[in-house]
Design a protein around this ligand. Structure first.
Ligand code: CU
Length: 180
């Protein structure tokens, strides 16, 4: 191939490449978050109803009594957790939270972390919830943030800056989303 023809081909590719990039919309990124727990089906379902807890951990079981005792003492069970603890995304990206635990959770944006709406799971059994969790699932705003076992919740439209999320049932389940 002659040198001039090669240069023409390269120039053509560069132009096409440039046009492709200019017309393409940046695809929204996806940040995956998992909600985890180790609910013991026997004790949870006796207290909360059949099929409430569907443990998928292959052997890590914490009884309801132990979970409550640890939460009230201020040393909550680390098996109930959002992972990762912090994620940085670009504006427009989607945060997709999947409940891979055995029981329901909420992924609720809060101004500051604090008590949930289930007093036995708050430190000292506190009966007052932070505003974003108040009323529990009888409040539509809280119910909309619920994630059932095996399902997911997509968070979109987050503004630039720092966002805090927690579970309104298990108030020690925290995470931070930073939007650049
Ligand atoms: Cu939870």
């Amino acid at each position: 191939m002659k040198k001039a023809a090669v240069l023409t081909l390269i120039a053509g590719c560069a132009i096409l490449g440039g046009a492709t990039h200019a017309s393409a919309q940046p695809a929204p990124g996806l940040a995956q978050v998992v909600a985890l727990d180790e609910c013991d089906p026997t004790t949870f379902n006796t207290a909360l109803g059949p099929d409430f807890c569907k443990n998928v951990t292959l052997g890590a079981f914490t009884t309801l009594g132990d979970l409550i005792a640890a939460a009230q003492a201020g040393t909550p069970d680390k098996g109930w957790d959002f992972e990762p603890d912090q994620v940085t995304i670009h504006k427009g990206d989607i945060v997709s939270v999947v409940d891979q635990g055995g029981e329901p959770h909420t992924f609720t944006e809060v101004k500051a972390f604090g008590n949930g709406f289930v007093p036995p799971l708050n430190v000292g059994g506190a009966t007052t919830a932070i505003p974003e969790c108040a009323g529990g699932f009888s409040t539509v705003a809280v119910a909309k943030t619920r994630i059932l076992q095996g399902s997911h919740l997509d968070i979109t439209g987050l503004s630039k800056g720092k966002h805090l999320f927690q579970c309104c049932i298990h108030p020690w389940m925290h995470m931070e989303v930073d939007v650049k």
